[in-house]
Design a protein around this ligand. Sequence first.
Ligand SMILES: Cc1cc2nc3c(=O)[nH]c(=O)nc-3n(C[C@H](O)[C@H](O)[C@H](O)COP(=O)(O)OP(=O)(O)OC[C@H]3O[C@@H](n4cnc5c(N)ncnc54)[C@H](O)[C@@H]3O)c2cc1C
Length: 379
Amino acid sequence: MTKYDYIILGAGASGLMLAYRMAKDAFFDDTSILIIDQVKEKGNDRTWCYWEKGQGEWDDILTKTWPKIFFGSQKYSETIKISPYNYKMIKSDDFYKSLWKVISKKSNITFVKASVKDFSEYDNRVEVITENESYSCSKLFNSIHRPHVYDGQDQYPVLKQHFLGWFIKTEYDVFDDTVATFMDFTVPQNGNTRFMYVLPIDKKTALFEYTLFSEDLLKQSEYEDAIKVYLKAKGIQDYKIIEKEKGAIPMTSFKFSELDSKHILNIGTAGGWTKASTGYTFRNTTKRTQQLISFLKQQQDLSRFSKISKFWYYDLLFLDVLGKHNGEGANLFASMFRKGNTSTIFKFLDEESSWFEDLRIIFSVPSKRFIQSLLKRLV
Ligand SMILES: Cc1cc2nc3c(=O)[nH]c(=O)nc-3n(C[C@H](O)[C@H](O)[C@H](O)COP(=O)(O)OP(=O)(O)OC[C@H]3O[C@@H](n4cnc5c(N)ncnc54)[C@H](O)[C@@H]3O)c2cc1C
């Protein structure tokens, strides 16, 4: 069995970002690193968006940047300048290609295309079993999302951010491509939290994504019908669908870090790096992989990497409320955006806000449900 210092399971956003940082840091030059994924050429399988202050690490490969966002709901709608933030979009294909270019040059990093069946920890090593072979390592980073780890429990609600999107092209100039529609809750809520997310790439091209924060997925036709109705309501009739994307991202405060151990660290969505209250993962992955590189230079015990913070509790209460009263999301977000300052909201969602800023956000949303959930969690 071939033995490596590090094995990374999954070469998606988190696995590849970690491998890229290891490739760029001379500290890891004398170590052997294996990346295993069932697919290497994944093409443009997703589009990542995130907000960021000023310039950022991935700016060279961005598809688009927006200085303004639109928030829409029955009670409050506004186009908001988000300076000093920008809303940024990366196509995954550009991201994968750019990172692989750096990783492929390193002789100490090997890639194996295989489907991982299982992995187990022994005293001083971890063994990974794929369909054809087994590998062993000192430290394992797992980004393969395994829903069964939280499916059986009822301590933490599990919602999903699920969506289907159409990239459409119109014949004439239709879109204001300086504004990204962050959340438009004016669509019928039908007892859930439902919104349209619109990303205009230029005046003729935009992604329309019908999105829910709820427990159960819809039939494909329901997402598509909602997009058709929305386009019609906006007066957009002559268009071609040029690409589609769909996804379901887990939203849960399940303690993924309890699955970590001395030699195994779960990363990416599998490691709880997805923000439970929003589904955003990409920017957190950028930050966490940076922190992980520093951590690996100083410490051996991977179970010490992840820490529970005050934001974990906020998300827990938010998901308790949304899980129980799924139709109230539009109202909660509308209150937050109406009363709060968008920069502070972004800072809060990035888990970078101070206690004082947290309080301003907390007092901007109707408190009754949160108090009920807090009391329930306390007893
Ligand atoms: C369509 C879509 C759009 C998204 N948009 C955004 C966004 O705009 N902003 C944001 O912040 N987040 C977004 N997310 C959420 C999150 O950023 C992504 O899911 C992100 O890719 C998560 O990174 P990851 O490394 O955890 O998982 P992934 O990127 O999914 O990587 C996991 C890897 O594991 C491999 N794998 C899985 N099973 C096996 C197996 N058995 N054996 C071997 N390999 C395996 C897969 O092939 C994959 O390459 C989006 C998610 C989706 C699905």
